[in-house]
Design a protein around this ligand. Structure first.
Ligand code: GLN
Length: 191
């Protein structure tokens, strides 16, 4: 059975686990780097990217995560997860994991109270995807190998580069697991 790990240092972990299980795969919370060897794909959840980065460093996850990506294993980042996957950020010299050739602006929609939910068209998914935006980032620039899967008000909010998928919003906080099913198809095509 396909096994998906959810990086469980901080943020919305249990919701992703539930969505993956509903989509028919096994899901495990990843708390230690050695567990990365047990999974076919990884989800990096939303939360707070600077806090998550501190925990990544504290628990020695940075190199193992980079190696996971270098091995072309599929990774899906949502919100703070998208921030961690970017090659560069508008408010920081260097990106964190650098999996996707994109420049990301954090908190691009303003504060917490500017949170909203919207139905989005996403390439490759037939229905509208329910997207919850919470202090969400935006993808401001992309490199050649990156495909835009969804836009909101003309801004890029979901992208893919090979085995790497990322969205600005929280699909796992809605009732719609279609992006998780999309990610599972990516993983199953690889294994
Ligand atoms: N604003 C957060 C950050 O910079 C991301 C918000 C989220 O994941 N909902 O990390």
């Amino acid at each position: 059975m396909t096994t998906i790990g959810v990086l469980a240092l901080q943020g919305a972990v249990s919701e992703h686990i539930r969505f993956i299980e509903e989509s028919g795969a096994k899901a495990i919370p990843i708390k230690r780097p050695v567990q990365l060897a047990e999974i076919d794909g990884l989800i990096i959840p939303g939360g707070e990217s600077t806090a998550m980065r501190r925990l990544i460093d504290k628990y020695h996850f940075l190199e193992p995560l980079r190696q996971f990506g270098q091995a072309q294993k599929p990774v899906f980042g949502t919100c703070a997860g998208l921030i961690l996957m970017a090659k560069s950020l508008t408010d920081r010299e260097e990106g964190h994991l650098g999996f996707i050739d994109m420049v990301v602006e954090r908190n691009a929609f303003g504060r917490q109270r500017e949170s909203f939910e919207v139905g989005l068209d996403v390439n490759g998914i037939a229905n509208k995807v329910n997207a919850v935006f919470i202090r969400a980032p935006l993808v401001k620039e992309i490199g050649q190998g990156v495909t835009v899967l969804s836009e909101y008000n003309g801004e890029m909010v979901a992208v893919q580069q090979g085995p790497f998928l990322a969205c600005s919003f929280h699909p796992e906080l809605s009732d719609d697991n279609s992006l998780h099913q999309y990610f599972l198809r990516m993983v199953e095509e690889q294994v």
